[in-house]
Design a protein around this ligand. Structure first.
Ligand SMILES: [Zn+2]
Length: 390
């Protein structure tokens, strides 16, 4: 975090971000983490509590004479989560701590079009609106995760046909006054792991790599800043001509070798079946020596893509989420070898920390819920369009 003076919004965002990442903190370490005096922190916490964004619960003191009131995010804040995957659209309502109170999953047609995806969205939003109306729940934020969403494809998506501007207009009609944010699914999964994975390995700057239905990454910073995160399209690095066709239209992208659908193809099962097996596929599906050899090559290629990304922008750490995390260490070693062989100076001299976190595909709309929570934290729990004095 910078040492420049912070606005009220930034200070509130820092506090809410810390609470989101930690799940709850006592006042003294919280004050230290956000670089505030306990008196200043106290004043802001008073406001946040009055606005229903945080709560303080009495807990046994961590040491004799220590603090007893644990500050955490108020679980009554309701967030809307919408997540699009290749197979379905999931909607849900959940809390800042990641608990889902309501989930609905709607199947997508086999060959989705802008119109059919739009219809499923409308249906999902109607369900969400009915559920919240019946319970008099007011959503504080809606977070929407879409695979393949990027700066260049804000209105036309190469992976799932959908018109974001049209969806935005629909949300404006059906959920007027609720702040809405869209993100690439990679950003949602990054936020999900950062906030929900126990013992997430990094708190400072790192590259988060997601190996799911697609392969992508995003640069993470010390502070939670969901809004500013841009997807890194490292999955569409092309390795030679004539490789397998990628969903982006090119041939030989690293994604075409290492995504979940590519893995399913190699293992000889359908992708939904593989998703259903979850973490169990590693033990459930026997891998012939030919398959193991092929997996090694593919992981090496993924390593090359990550290493090349780090050559463009260096970074002290990489977290990888996805199916490679489930393999025994020796089987996923080619991935590290791939990074090593193309990273300028190699893995060791770059002092790169590499960590594997579990896959999170198939848990929709949990990533969208984590994204919604981080959006609310990022704007300091203040209205999206509020102007402020620094
Ligand atoms: Zn591609």
């Amino acid at each position: 975090m910078s040492e420049q003076p912070r606005s009220r919004r930034q200070t509130r965002a820092a506090i809410l971000g810390q609470l989101l990442q930690s799940g709850g903190m006592f006042r003294p370490p919280l004050a230290k983490a956000v670089r505030l005096s306990e008196a200043s922190l106290s004043r802001i916490l008073f406001d946040l509590k009055a606005e229903g964004l945080i709560e303080e619960v009495r807990r046994p003191a961590p040491y004799f004479g220590g603090p007893t009131a644990l500050v955490s995010l108020d679980d009554s804040v309701a967030l809307g989560a919408i997540e699009l995957t290749v197979q379905r659209l999931s909607v849900g309502v959940g809390s800042m701590s990641g608990e889902l109170h309501y989930t609905e999953r709607l199947g997508l047609p086999k060959a989705p079009t802008v119109e059919s995806v739009g219809r499923v969205f409308r249906e999902a939003l109607a369900l969400l609106r009915d559920w919240t109306r019946r319970r008099h729940v007011e959503l504080a934020q809606i977070g929407i995760c879409v695979p393949g969403l990027g700066r260049l494809s804000i209105s036309g998506n190469a992976i799932i046909r959908c018109d974001i501007e049209r969806l935005r207009a629909l949300l404006g009609e059906m959920f007027a006054n609720v702040p809405v944010a869209f993100a690439n699914s990679v950003v949602g999964h990054a936020m999900f792991h950062r906030c929900r994975t126990e013992d997430y390995p990094f708190s400072g700057a790192h590259l988060f790599v997601f190996v799911g239905q697609g392969v992508g990454g995003t640069w993470m910073d010390e502070a939670i800043e969901a809004d500013g995160l841009q997807p890194v399209e490292l999955g569409h690095m092309v390795f030679g001509e004539g490789g397998p066709r990628c969903r982006c239209g090119h041939h030989g992208c690293v994604e075409a070798y290492t995504s979940l659908p590519a893995l399913a193809g190699l293992l000889g099962i359908a992708e939904p079946e593989l998703l259903q097996l979850g973490s169990d596929w590693v033990d459930a599906i026997p891998r012939s020596s030919r398959m193991r050899q092929e997996l090694r090559q593919r992981l090496f290629r993924l390593g090359l893509a990550i290493g090349n990304t780090l050559n463009v922008r260096s970074c002290p750490a990489v977290a990888i989420s996805g199916w490679p995390s489930l393999l025994p260490e020796r089987e996923r070693k080619p991935l590290a070898d791939g990074i090593d062989s193309c990273l300028l100076g190699g893995l060791k001299s770059a002092e790169l920390s590499l960590a594997f976190v579990p896959p999170s595909a198939g848990q929709d709309p949990n990533a969208a819920l984590a994204f919604a929570a981080s959006c609310l934290a990022c704007r300091g729990g203040m209205p999206a369009e509020a102007t402020e004095a620094a």
